[in-house]
Design a protein around this ligand. Structure first.
Ligand SMILES: Cc1cc2nc3c(=O)[nH]c(=O)nc-3n(C[C@H](O)[C@H](O)[C@H](O)COP(=O)(O)OP(=O)(O)OC[C@H]3O[C@@H](n4cnc5c(N)ncnc54)[C@H](O)[C@@H]3O)c2cc1C
Length: 446
């Protein structure tokens, strides 16, 4: 990779949103670089196995995924796979992404416009035993299974809320796991009440029904939450309890399952670190944007789950819109805006039904770790005597480990009862000291 590149549009993230943005920007005549830290584009939903890294459009992907992979490959966009963006610097007419490649080699990409398509990650939930080996998020388990063909365990319990539980159950079973139970926090009657609104999105409903049909012989427990995981050195049992309407556990209703893996799926959190490093404002958990995916920083656009969780279809249409606008606004923007509005309608239903409820925050007791990088417990957060996440960061080191608060930030803010967040600065992803030193050297010679 060249250490210095100058393009019209730089895209950070190569999932459905970033790929669509790169294709749309190329179609509008812009020069484009797309950067993704995984070894090939596709993002979370179209993550390919390591044996398929060199394929343009692997056969394991669904038809829409293969089509977008082909479109990207033939678009003329430069794709830097295995490359991480660790800093974003706004610069008026030219913005800069600082990157490091697969071998750690540093680089800078200067672009007139940037599209941030950094996706989302599993929303973590802290409960007694959540840091035991064998307890992981459903997305983490899926990434292991899809990318490496590795199972998190043989007897797996999946707990969470919403339709993501079923594809993960299907994928783990396909690789040979026994799914002992799928534990859904919402109740069946809540799904039935949402049915009239869902009826307008028949394609999405059909996807769900197909996954449900493939898992009919799996125990499906409605209206329960995972309350704890126990074991000597690794998880051996998982306990669930009936959930109150706010998803707090109802005492006395507990039951346990013998397992060697537990996966949680209580929703996703937009990956906003890079956007925050650029100085973009947030709207709740997502990057704030207008109807054409412009953030609050001129020339910086956002698309996909970083702009709000809404599924791959919505990510793709937002990518097209952001890519077209970043390249100067060519194409039928009206049609893209209206497709996005339809997709956003479905996302709103999912949020109403499965959005995180406050009772989950009550699962952690004083001994439960909230920041697993720095071993900061809920009790230590309570005892610190501050309501400010940034002050707590200095007092306890929470959020200062390798994940830089991605895992604990929202849980700590919830514990403190504040919408405030940690302050953010580069590097937004862990980097080698040599990369940082090189960046310091090149900045001082400018
Ligand atoms: C763990 C997980 C698993 C999921 N599995 C499914 C599924 O099976 N089915 C389904 O319908 N939906 C799934 N989803 C939802 C899915 O993410 C979306 O529907 C869709 O993939 C979103 O597309 P996107 O382009 O916004 O983000 P993503 O697909 O998440 O793509 C974002 C990309 O950005 C890259 N990236 C992020 N930060 C950086 C950086 N700093 N430098 C370089 N690259 C970076 C990532 O490597 C990733 O490839 C999953 C979500 C998650 C978080």
């Amino acid at each position: 990779m060249s250490t210095e590149a100058h393009v019209d549009v730089a895209v950070a993230g190569g999932g459905p949103a970033g790929m669509a943005a790169a294709v749309a920007a190329r179609r509008a005549g812009a020069t484009v670089v797309l950067v993704d830290e995984y070894a090939a584009p596709g993002g979370q939903i179209w993550r390919r196995s390591f044996t398929e890294i060199g394929d343009v459009a692997p056969a394991s992907l669904p038809r829409d995924g293969r089509a977008l992979c082909r479109a990207l490959a033939s678009s003329g966009a430069t794709v830097l796979a295995g490359t991480t963006v660790w800093a974003g610097e706004p610069g008026g007419a030219r913005h800069t992404l600082r990157v490091h490649g697969p071998g750690g080699e540093p680089g800078r990409i200067h672009a007139r416009a940037v599209v941030l398509a950094t996706g989302a990650y599993d929303r973590p939930v802290a409960f007694p035993g959540w840091t035991l080996p064998g307890v992981l998020t459903a997305g983490g388990a899926q990434a292991l299974a899809k990318g490496q063909g590795v199972l998190p365990g043989r007897r797996v319990l999946l707990a969470g809320a919403g339709p993501f539980l079923l594809p993960v159950a299907t994928q783990l079973r396909k690789q040979g796991a026994i799914v002992v139970a799928v534990v859904e926090a919402t109740r069946r009657r809540e799904w039935l009440a949402a049915a009239p609104r869902m009826a307008r999105h028949s394609g999405r409903l059909a996807d769900y029904v197909a996954y449900r049909a493939r898992t009919l012989d799996t125990t499906y427990v409605w209206g329960h939450v995972l309350t704890r995981a126990d074991g000597e050195g690794a998880v051996e049992s998982a306990t669930i309890a009936a959930a109150a309407p706010d998803w707090s556990p109802i005492a006395g209703s507990e039951r346990s399952y013998a397992v060697d893996a537990v996966c949680t799926a209580y929703g996703f959190l937009p990956s906003t670190e890079l956007a925050r490093a650029f100085g973009c404002a947030l709207d709740g958990d997502a990057v704030a944007h207008d109807g054409d995916m412009r953030t609050t920083v001129a020339g910086v656009f956002v698309a996909g789950e970083a702009a709000g969780v809404g599924g791959a279809g919505m990510a793709q249409v937002e990518g097209e819109l952001a890519g077209a606008c970043a390249a100067g606004g060519a194409g039928d923007l009206g049609q893209l805006r209206s497709r996005r509005a339809t997709a956003a309608g479905f996302a709103a239903i999912l949020e109403d039904l499965f959005g995180r409820r406050p009772g989950l925050a009550r699962l952690a007791d004083a001994e439960t770790i909230l920041c697993r990088c720095e071993d900061v417990t809920a009790g230590m957060v309570d005892a610190a005597g501050t309501a400010s996440p940034s002050a707590l960061k200095i007092m306890t080191r929470c959020g200062q480990g390798p994940c830089q608060g991605r895992v604990c930030e929202r849980m700590i803010a919830e514990r403190l009862g504040t919408p405030a967040r940690f302050s953010t600065r580069a590097p937004v992803k862990p980097i080698a000291l040599g990369v940082l030193m090189d960046a310091t050297d090149s900045s001082s010679t400018e």
